[in-house]
Design a protein around this ligand. Sequence first.
Ligand SMILES: Nc1nc2c(ncn2[C@@H]2O[C@H](COP(=O)(O)OP(=O)(O)OP(=O)(O)O)[C@@H](O)[C@H]2O)c(=O)[nH]1
Ligand SMILES: [Mg+2]
Length: 511
Amino acid sequence: MPGRSLDEDPLTLAIAPPPDETPEQRAIREAAEAEAKRVSDEIDEQIRREREAERKKKRPMKLLLLGQSESGKTATLKNFQLTYARKEWSEEKASWRAVIMLNLVRNVNEILAHLHSEMSDLPYNPEDSQEDLQAPRAPRALPRLKFTDTQRDLKARLAPLTNAQHALEHKLGTASIDPHSTSVDTAAPFERLASPNRRALQEFSINSSNGWKSAFDRFRTARGANGRHENGNGSTNGNGSTNGNGSPRESNSDQPYARDTEEEIMEVIASCREAIKALWEDDIVGEMLIRRKVRLEDAPGFFINDAERIARNDYQPTDDDIIRARLRTLGIQEYRYIFDHGRTMGQEWRLYDVGGTRGSRGAWYPYFDDVDAIIFLAPISPFDEKLAEDRKVNRLEDSYLLWRSVCACKLLSRTQIILFLNKCDLLQAKLQRGVRIRDSVPSFGDRKNDLPTATRYFQQHFKEISRSSSPTQRPFYVHLTSVIDTRSTAVTLGAVEESILREHLRRADLM
Ligand SMILES: Nc1nc2c(ncn2[C@@H]2O[C@H](COP(=O)(O)OP(=O)(O)OP(=O)(O)O)[C@@H](O)[C@H]2O)c(=O)[nH]1
Ligand SMILES: [Mg+2]
């Protein structure tokens, strides 16, 4: 050090070895210094690691849910919320009431539509869509059912539910309305969109959301705008009969239902409670549904069995009701949660829920870019059913095609894909009823028509598709699920969370 001698610097003097240090003392001193340095380095390293982990942790975990319409994507998302984001779950619970009411009213109105067409002697083909129900057709083969005043009276008492349905649909928006047929005739229209301009597409599509959040917002706004509940002009009396014109309330507006408040709609539904139960328990109606091969109890959003509990002014949804409620997803929905439970507590998650109809799939592609993992939902119970949006296409076949395209997608070649073979509960019920898989899936052959054999067979098929179509080898992660069962789904999600976390950290290491 220019201008300063060693013995002038107090620090240097303090740590300098004593002038008369023996070689043993020197060895001890140097060992102690080395140890001190090692401890200090270790602390530094630990701080660095913690900072790094903190940095990685800050990166949100991104999960995309894919699968055809009604495959259970939104139901899976709800399970994530119920298990890991309880605060948001509790806050939104009450808002599901309108959706569940709509589901119940729809169940009843569907039966009424069949009743009407049967009473008017309009023959019916089980392959028909809802819209075909009213169309005149060729004469029937079976003798007519013998309807009595009981069914006619039930029909009249339940007529107010038509307007209740319109009112709820009007308030909840497009997501509450069933999809119509589509002009898209491929399972994976996003393949054509694999262009370099996908950023622009993402910006365009990110706000096309119309799932439960926007439906609830709409509902809240509509409620605010409708003002107070007006007493004294209700259309129904105590036993639920109509005011003569089939409308739940008297109104001169173009859309009489548009002004009804949630409470008014609830009152109409509650006044129909006994009639709903009587309709569902009526033998002739039951016979009619069997003849028409209508199995409402397997359809999404079936709540008639719970009418006694639900059709009440003071009804509050349970967790299970919410998971089973059906509100379809339009466009792409982003849900952000800071998990308040689980291994990744405190971590931000971004869950992307997409509309699954063929017409909606074109918008998926931009979201393939930057996700940690994909959960692909393939319902395996509808092996003998057709897509709602294209009644020529078998639902299982559509899932196979879609799965193939997702596995083959180059952009996803390094993305973890977890397959949920879903609706195992409905598959089991179907097989127990004696429905034979080989009648719809000839390659199933003479295998045993039971759940373990069927799930093994479908699982093998999906695995083979993944193996043959993935650009590079990837592990095959699969779970057999019934995502309306919240308990078993929580266990599955625990394994999924762990696996996605591992992948997330691995990706962060590569960055
Ligand atoms: N029984 C049974 N019902 C299920 C299962 N998974 C989903 N559902 C029901 O099926 C219906 C459709 O499920 P969603 O989660 O809304 O389907 P989605 O894939 O989000 O459909 P889109 O939004 O149209 O793309 C809902 O009423 C669910 O409660 C299951 O494993 N078993
Ligand atoms: Mg959905």
